[in-house]
Write a new protein. Structure first.
Length: 213
């Protein structure tokens, strides 16, 4: 299975002190997860490409587009320094064409599915993507409770694609990260479980340890 990685979600960071918060986690985290919402696909509006372009970090930027038309956002986030861009199967754009647009620009591409979406919906794209993001909450707001039923999708994915990066996002903490890892996830998005803690480095180390146990 691919390497275990912890991806703190900067949606849970202090937006007014975003650079400071990222600097704090940079030595221990593997990835910085960037949740982008357009107010249409899900109600909130979050980071814009120009916000992310201001960030200075050595961490790979994992941009998760929770938007209705991801193709409209790709160029901006490429310019902002994204390493991987993930789009939703439930978005309105042509999935195959949007994945190709990401990859021809030299980035990794991911596809995400919401809890109610069956795995069959993304099977046609598994040969085209570098990562699958399984949502373990319904997207839109941080702090939601983990939905354990999605782990069956993670398990099936791992059986189908042993070398694939499988990311899980939503309600991840020390109490459930071990179950997600055993199901086959190897990249764990954590918001309040990192940025909601006083000692964020200790929190990341605790999550990594719990994922490996």
């Amino acid at each position: 299975m691919p390497k275990i990685k912890i991806a703190p979600s900067i949606l849970s960071a202090d937006f007014k002190n975003l650079q400071k918060d990222i600097n704090e986690i940079e030595k221990e985290a593997d990835i910085a997860h960037v949740d982008v919402m357009d107010g249409k696909f899900v109600p909130p509006i979050t980071f814009k490409a120009e916000d992310i372009k201001k960030i200075k970090t050595k961490l790979p930027l994992d941009v998760h587009l929770m938007v209705r038309h991801p193709s409209d956002f790709i160029d901006g986030f490429i310019d902002a320094g994204a390493s991987i861009i993930t789009i939703h199967e439930e978005s309105d754009d042509n999935i195959k064409e949007t994945i190709q647009k990401i990859k021809i620009n030299g980035l990794k591409a991911g596809i995400s599915i919401n809890p109610p979406t069956p795995l069959e919906k993304i099977k046609p794209y598994l040969g085209d993507v570098d990562m699958v993001l399984v949502m373990s909450v319904n997207p839109g707001y941080s702090g939601q409770k983990f939905i354990p039923d999605v782990l069956s999708k993670v398990k099936e994915l791992r059986e189908l694609k042993p070398e694939l990066d499988i990311e899980i996002d939503g309600g991840i903490n020390k109490d459930n990260i071990g179950r997600a890892a055993k199901a086959g996830a190897n990249i764990f998005v954590a918001g309040s479980a990192v940025f909601g803690q006083k000692d964020r480095i200790k929190a990341i180390r605790g999550l990594r340890k719990a994922a490996k146990e």
